[in-house]
Design a protein around this ligand. Sequence first.
Ligand SMILES: Nc1nc2c(c(=O)[nH]1)N[C@H]1C(S)=C(S)[C@@H](COP(=O)(O)OP(=O)(O)OC[C@H]3O[C@@H](n4cnc5c(=O)[nH]c(N)nc54)[C@H](O)[C@@H]3O)O[C@H]1N2
Ligand SMILES: Nc1nc2c(c(=O)[nH]1)N[C@H]1C(S)=C(S)[C@@H](COP(=O)(O)OP(=O)(O)OC[C@H]3O[C@@H](n4cnc5c(=O)[nH]c(N)nc54)[C@H](O)[C@@H]3O)O[C@H]1N2
Ligand code: SF4
Ligand SMILES: [Mo]
Length: 695
Amino acid sequence: MAPDGGAARAKSNTEIVASVCPHDCTSTCALDVERLDTHTIGRVRGSKRNTYTSGVICEKVARYSERVHHPDRLQYPMKRVGPKGSGQFRRIGWDEALDIVAHEFTERAEKLGSETVWPYFYAGTMGLVQRDGIQRLRHAMKYSRWFSTICVTLADTGWIAGVGAKRGADMREVDAHSDLVVIWGGNPVNTQVNVMHHAMAARKRGATLVVVDPYRTGTAEKADMHLAVRPGTDGALACAVMHVLFAEGFADWDYLRQYTDCPDALAVHVKTRTPAWAAAITGLSVEQITAFARLYGRSKKSFIRCHHGFSRSRNGAANMHAVTCLPAITGAWKYPGGGALYGHTGMYPLNRVLIEGLDCVDHSLRDLDQSRLGPILTNDPAALNGGPPVTAMLVQNTNPAMVCPELNLVHKGLAREDLFLCVHEQFLTETAAFADVVLPATTFLEHDDFYTASGHTYFQVTRKVIEPYAESRENHHVICALAKRLGAKHRGFEMTAWEIMDETLRLSGMWDAEMNHAQGGQDFALPFETAHFLDGFPTRDRKFHFSPDWSRFGGRWQQMPKLPDHFDVIDNATEDRPFRLVAAPARTFLNSTFTETPGSLAREKRPTVLMNPTDCAALDVGEGDRVVLGNERGSVLVHVMPQDGQQRGVVVVEGIWPNKHFERKLGINAITSADPGWPNGGAVFHDTAVWIRKE
Ligand SMILES: Nc1nc2c(c(=O)[nH]1)N[C@H]1C(S)=C(S)[C@@H](COP(=O)(O)OP(=O)(O)OC[C@H]3O[C@@H](n4cnc5c(=O)[nH]c(N)nc54)[C@H](O)[C@@H]3O)O[C@H]1N2
Ligand SMILES: Nc1nc2c(c(=O)[nH]1)N[C@H]1C(S)=C(S)[C@@H](COP(=O)(O)OP(=O)(O)OC[C@H]3O[C@@H](n4cnc5c(=O)[nH]c(N)nc54)[C@H](O)[C@@H]3O)O[C@H]1N2
Ligand code: SF4
Ligand SMILES: [Mo]
């Protein structure tokens, strides 16, 4: 949490200006930014105007001046002069840069068809205009379509399978009402500090806090009960809890009959999913599982905060679904402070047509899986999905040379001489270093945008706080300028970002941009009955589904378990690769972002593997020793830190460190897999079997 002291010395003309954190974090905090002059910010603080984030922000954004005024910010467009990836560039003008990109895209599309161009983006900013405008260009130009899989696919699938839509109970209820809070498969102390703020408020009032996580995170340290499961086994734990709930009379049969699809079949099914059965799979003891199940059964006002972390396994959607079954058995949804939340993004009435150009999508075009960039760029025919090779890309808002799995393939692909790459960035990231043309981007403080949230229910509009740095330009500008040169037609290319926002809001029946901004955001919280699904779940039959219709998600849906279970498709440990690796988020990095700020680098120190002390002894390694983690995809060298609280055979490396910080110059994603999760895609960052050797 942000310390309040140490603010930059205020100048006489300092103003406090409202903004919103744009980063890829479910908190979407309301901010108060000190503006020292039209080009300079001072301290960033949390604003009280948002009653969820309520003045609390994380330490990395509190010192945002380190990032926005970083000496390494890109200042002007550049053209490559050295070999691919060398990072050698010369300065060029904006017109020349955009002309080169348009020329290369046009020429390649003429030769190989428009699908050879693949705009590639993610959520470096979550602002909808600056993030998703690239989709409008894609659709207008018939470039290859985008199958977004790196983050929410598995978690969304698992949640929606049972509940029906991506929304849930309001976390603000937790403070005053919950008597049990379960933080399942996430580490909010690192990744969304506001969840902790609410959970700890409940705990202070006497509520119990349980954390389900393979290692002793900062979050687990705060818990009354920490269940250190083996990665990828949450489905088994959830089933054993269900077993106890039914066996010991904690099931609310009136609720089950009214609100769920097949409670009798489920009760029969979990009879054999005993705590002993789950103990063998999860590595927990029968006593731990039973104690947790009874605690959950006794506490009617139990709130499960489901996170993304535990969904990043091949069986992640099945595990998420299994966890969502719990409040439907006890009827916890009936109470304030009861139920569950994974995310609220499905509740906004926003019409996205203008932003994303959804009125000109051609569904006959192939789509390409974001997480399979390595196989795609190395011309794996299956990954190319029946289309031509990818020979031209525009990258905005993401740094795949660090964050994508199977980095050996990603780097091999990015180094291809026949690939034309344009990267629009704030920094010369490791992806930008591979580019033929680099364009400098503004930060959220330098452009207008608007934001949904996932952890809360506000919709927030922001205006730029300071002028764009040097020659940097916003994403919307680049998209429109390219559209003009490419001949792309859509009215969105003729409008300013503010005009797009305003029209979109009016079309959606929401407050207009001016009003939203003046009010500090519009809260779309649903009434209690609806938020808790007491007027029905948003499914076909208005019931929660213990037995989901997985076919609606496509892919390998036939292989999904009919009822919640341990779905054993994970990268299990073997004799050759006896350890299971979790590649978890670091506290003061945010994915690849903040890895350039001195404060974060100082805190995170160096790439480190957390290992059970008995495993360390068996390998004869101790704190600071160098070990190599490897598998069939590659290897990485890291330093050892023995840590209690995780099972033998489970190892954790926090942070997506830049590759350059590893002795072998390739980071943790060299060993993570680009295999798609079940049923239909989703990255599996925490589902990796590895061997470990002492160096
Ligand atoms: N090992 C491992 N790998 C992972 C994960 C993990 O847990 N472990 N998590 C995965 C997940 S969940 C995700 S979401 C991905 C995310 O990985 P990335 O997509 O790389 O995420 P970010 O760091 O949010 O943003 C990337 C870039 O966006 C740029 N950016 C920010 N704002 C703007 C803007 O306005 N314009 C432009 N042009 N650029 C901008 C930033 O400078 C930054 O370099 O990583 C995935 N990779
Ligand atoms: N500081 C910081 N904040 C971030 C990010 C970051 O990199 N750093 N990333 C941002 C992004 S893009 C996202 S999507 C969100 C994600 O944020 P959340 O949805 O809150 O999820 P995470 O905190 O990533 O979950 C990570 C935790 O999941 C645990 N985990 C992994 N596998 C399993 C499993 O099989 N079972 C269980 N029970 N637990 C498991 C890991 O050990 C780790 O502690 O955070 C965002 N915020
Ligand atoms: S990164 Fe997350 S917790 Fe930090 S300020 Fe941004 S939204 Fe809030
Ligand atoms: Mo993410």
